[in-house]
Design a protein around this ligand. Structure first.
Ligand SMILES: Nc1ncnc2c1ncn2[C@@H]1O[C@H](COP(=O)(O)OP(=O)(O)O)[C@@H](O)[C@H]1O
Ligand SMILES: [Mg+2]
Ligand SMILES: [Zn+2]
Length: 317
């Protein structure tokens, strides 16, 4: 699990608000009930004194202590039953003035039996989907919807699918940098999204973006207020557990984008944080488009995976 602080804060604040809301609802209901059934106020007052009464028993002495505590317990039970009867007789549910939590398992604390509650984890994942940039894509693109039927060289693609599934399972160990190469419409984005979705569900911080938008974000950060407390938008591309750069080569290459790309690749290599990049360009086109600094990294540090199929552009050539 390595959700970003930002996401954890968002979800923690949300859970705190949920607990506050439950208490506010309970308080409002108490006010309502006390005015409609004043007897309940008296009962609650007596119930709230139980602890004090037990202390008083203990101070009084050891003789008959357990009997006296037992009597208090019985009195408590009787009061609670009476309280419930009063509520139901007036048409309320017996637990009307109890605290009602959105998640009874963790009472909206996010922790259940010393472990992260599923409700909390789901919210973290949902929030991570939002910041990862794949909220929309995962609706249609995942491993479940990735089919091998459309490929002519099905065995090669089957192997690639196996590689991707294994990449997810062994992510903590593998951390390969991967370059998906192949013509348009062959499933590179679909496969990348599937990997992202599965890793996010396993608690990893994955960011997906097209190369063009990544460079755009780095560009806008050049004009940001340097004294701002907010982290630069581009920071996530350097920090996340896995960065997916889609459509590399579709951007207009210039000295700024090359410097950015070099920075991203180097920073992440140094931190052992992997990248999966996709490109429609052939290796020859990559070499002619990018400086040696980049291509030596791409071909030296990345595992190349070919998407093979009916690529019309290649057939034309
Ligand atoms: N193996 C596949 N199984 C099912 N749908 C696929 C597969 N590969 C691609 N698609 C679908 O075809 C469309 C184009 O695929 P995409 O992943 O965008 O291709 P690429 O990124 O290689 O250009 C998308 O709607 C995608 O969901
Ligand atoms: Mg694509
Ligand atoms: Zn819960």
């Amino acid at each position: 699990m390595s959700f970003s602080k930002k996401i954890i804060n968002i979800v923690n604040e949300e859970f705190e608000a949920k607990r506050d809301r439950s208490e506010a609802v309970r308080d409002e209901r108490l006010i309502e009930i006390y005015s409609k059934i004043p007897e309940i106020r008296a009962i609650d007052k007596e119930l709230s004194l139980t602890g004090v009464n037990i202390m008083a028993c203990a101070i009084e002495g050891k003789d008959g202590l357990s009997e006296r505590i037992e009597a208090l317990k019985q009195r408590n039970l009787t009061l609670q039953e009476k309280r419930a009867d009063l509520l139901t007789s007036k048409g309320y549910s017996a637990d009307y003035t109890d605290l009602h939590y959105a998640c009874p398992l963790c009472q909206d604390w996010g922790v259940n039996g010393g472990k992260m509650c599923q409700c909390y984890k789901s919210r973290l994942i949902e929030e991570q989907f939002k910041v990862s940039g794949i909220s929309n894509l995962i609706k249609t693109q995942s491993f479940e919807t990735f089919s091998l039927d459309m490929y002519e060289r099905r065995d090669d693609m089957k192997e690639l699918l196996g590689y991707a599934l294994n990449y997810v399972d062994d992510f903590a160990k593998i951390k390969d940098n991967v370059l998906f190469v192949g013509g348009t419409g062959l499933g590179k984005t679909h496969m990348s999204t599937a990997i992202a979705k599965a890793l996010i569900e396993n608690g990893y911080n994955v960011v997906y973006e097209t190369a063009q938008n990544i460079f755009f974000d780095f560009d806008s950060d050049r004009f940001r207020d340097r004294f701002s407390d907010e982290e630069p938008i581009s920071q996530k591309y350097l920090d996340c557990d896995l960065l997916i750069i889609d459509d590399l080569g579709a951007e207009a290459v210039n000295s700024f984008t090359v410097a950015c790309l070099y920075n991203i690749i180097n920073t992440r290599l140094n931190k052992n944080l992997p990248i999966i990049a996709s490109t429609n360009l052939s290796s020859k086109e990559i070499r002619s488009k990018y400086h040696d600094r980049i291509t030596s990294r791409l071909f030296g540090e990345f595992t190349i995976k070919m998407f093979l199929g009916n690529d019309l552009r290649k057939i034309k050539k």
